[in-house]
Ligand binder design. Structure first.
Ligand code: KG4
Ligand code: ZN
Length: 354
C-alpha cells in the first residue's frame, strides 16, 4: 500500500509517500520558520496563507520524489486535528480535491497519533524492524504545541491513553519564550540547546526553580520557570557570554529533569519497559542524554526516532493514515478541521497543584 500524507496543522507544509510497513518513499517538509521569526511565534493567518501557496507544489514534489502519480496511490491521509483551523483547512481541501479527482479513499489523521507512531517510520539507514518498539510503550511527546505522556497499546485512537500533560505551556513553547526573553530569536530550542552545552547549570541555579512540585503527579507546568527567567532578566538585564550559557543550562536542565522524571515514573507506574520520544524537543541533546541514562539505570528500552521523524512531517501522517486504511477505515468529503485532539484528555488546563 502506498499512501500520500499531507500535514499543514501548524508552520510546516509537508507531504510524503509512505507504505503501510512504514517505508518512507518521499518526505518533503517546507518550513515557515523564517516567515514567523520576526513575530517570535507562529501567526495563524500568516501560516494559513503560506500553506495555500505551498501545498500543491509540496504535494507534487512528494509524488515526484517517490516516483508515483496520484493514480498509483492507495489512499490519501491528511492531518484533520489538532491545529490551527485555517492552516488545517488548507491541507484538508487539498487532500479532498486530490482524493475526489483521483478517486482515492481519504482518511483524516490526528496529528498527535502521527507523532506517537513516527517511531515506526523507516528512512534510509533507519532501524531494522526488530529494533522498533513492541506495544505497549510509554511515549513522551514534547513539541512547540504539545507536551504529554501517553500509554500506547496500539495504533488505534482507542488504544492510546494520555497519562499526564502540561497544564499550561508546552515544553517547546517554554524554550521559545525563554529564548525570546534572552534575545536569542525563534525558534528557541536549538539555540538554547547549543548554548547550554557550554553552560554550568549550578552557576545559574538561583534564577530557575524546579519545574515539578508534586512528586507523584504526571502533569507538567512550564509557565513558572518562564516567569522566573523573565523576573531574572527584568532585575539583572539580559546575561551575556558565560552567564547566558549558564542560564540556558539551568533552564534546560530544569525542563529536561521534569520531562525525564515524569516519563520514567509513568513507565514504572504502568509496568511498561519501553519508552519512546517524539516531537521537536526530542532533538534536545540534554533530554536525549538524561533520558538515555535514566532508562538505562532502570532497565527501560529507549527508542528515539531520527530528528526528521520527531519534528512535524507528512510521513508520520501518511503512516498513521495507512494503518487506518488497512483497518478498513475511511472518511468522507465532509471531513472538517478540529482544533482539539481526538485523544481523551485527563489533564485540566490552568492552575492548581501538580
Ligand atoms: O514538533 P515541532 O517541529 O513542531 C510543533 O511544535 O509541532 O517542534 C518545534 C519545537 C519548537 O518549540 C522548538 O523550539 C523545539 O521544538 N525544539 C527544541 C530543539 N529543537 C527544536 N527544543 C529544545 N531543544 C532542541 N534542540
Ligand atoms: Zn507536531
Amino acid at each position: 500500500m502506498r499512501v500520500l500524507g499531507i500535514e499543514t496543522s501548524c508552520d510546516e507544509t509537508a507531504a510524503a509517500v509512505v507504505t503501510e510497513g512504514g517505508d518512507v518513499l518521499s518526505d518533503v517538509v517546507r518550513s515557515q520558520v523564517a516567515l514567523h521569526a520576526p513575530y517570535g511565534g507562529v501567526v495563524p493567518e500568516v501560516a494559513a496563507r503560506d500553506h495555500a501557496r505551498a501545498v500543491v507544489p509540496v504535494v507534487r514534489e512528494a509524488l515526484a520524489r517517490a516516483g508515483v502519480t496520484a493514480a498509483d496511490l492507495d489512499g490519501i491521509a491528511v492531518t484533520s486535528r489538532p491545529g490551527l483551523a485555517g492552516a488545517l483547512l488548507v491541507g484538508l481541501q487539498a487532500a479532498k480535491g486530490l482524493a475526489w479527482a483521483a478517486g482515492k479513499p481519504l482518511v483524516g489523521v490526528d496529528h498527535l497519533v502521527g507523532h506517537l507512531l513516527a517511531v515506526f517510520l523507516r528512512r534510509d539507514g533507519a532501524p531494522a524492524p526488530d529494533e522498533r518498539p513492541a506495544f505497549p510503550y510509554v511515549a513522551l511527546l514534547a513539541s512547540g504545541g504539545h507536551t504529554a505522556i501517553y500509554r500506547v497499546d496500539g495504533p488505534a485512537l482507542g488504544a492510546i491513553r494520555e497519562l499526564g500533560a502540561t497544564r499550561d505551556d508546552a515544553a517547546g513553547e517554554a524554550f521559545d519564550k525563554v529564548a525570546k526573553l534572552l534575545g536569542l530569536g525563534y525558534p528557541g530550542g536549538p539555540v538554547v540547546d547549543r548554548l547550554a552545552a557550554t553552560g554550568d547549570a549550578a552557576a545559574a541555579a538561583e534564577a530557575v526553580p524546579a519545574v515539578m512540585a508534586r512528586k507523584e503527579s504526571l502533569e507538567f507546568s512550564f509557565s513558572g520557570i518562564k516567569s522566573a527567567v523573565a523576573r531574572h532578566v527584568a532585575k539583572r538585564g539580559r546575561p551575556e557570554g558565560q552567564a547566558l550559557n549558564d542560564l540556558c543550562a539551568a533552564f534546560q536542565g530544569a525542563v529536561v529533569d521534569a520531562l525525564v522524571q515524569k516519563t520514567v515514573r509513568a513507565a514504572r507506574a504502568e509496568g511498561i519497559e519501553r519508552v519512546v520520544l517524539g516531537g521537536g524537543v526530542a532533538a534536545n541533546r540534554g533530554l536525549r542524554a538524561k533520558m538515555a541514562a535514566a532508562c538505562a539505570r532502570r532497565g527501560l528500552g529507549l527508542f528515539v526516532p531520527p530528528f526528521a521523524s520527531c519534528t512535524d512531517n507528512g510521513a508520520m501522517i501518511a503512516y498513521a493514515g495507512a494503518l487506518r486504511l488497512a483497518a478498513g477505515e475511511r472518511d468522507t468529503l465532509d471531513l472538517a478541521p478540529e482544533t482539539r485532539t481526538a485523544l481523551p484528555r485527563v489533564t485540566r488546563k490552568g492552575g492548581g497543584v501538580r
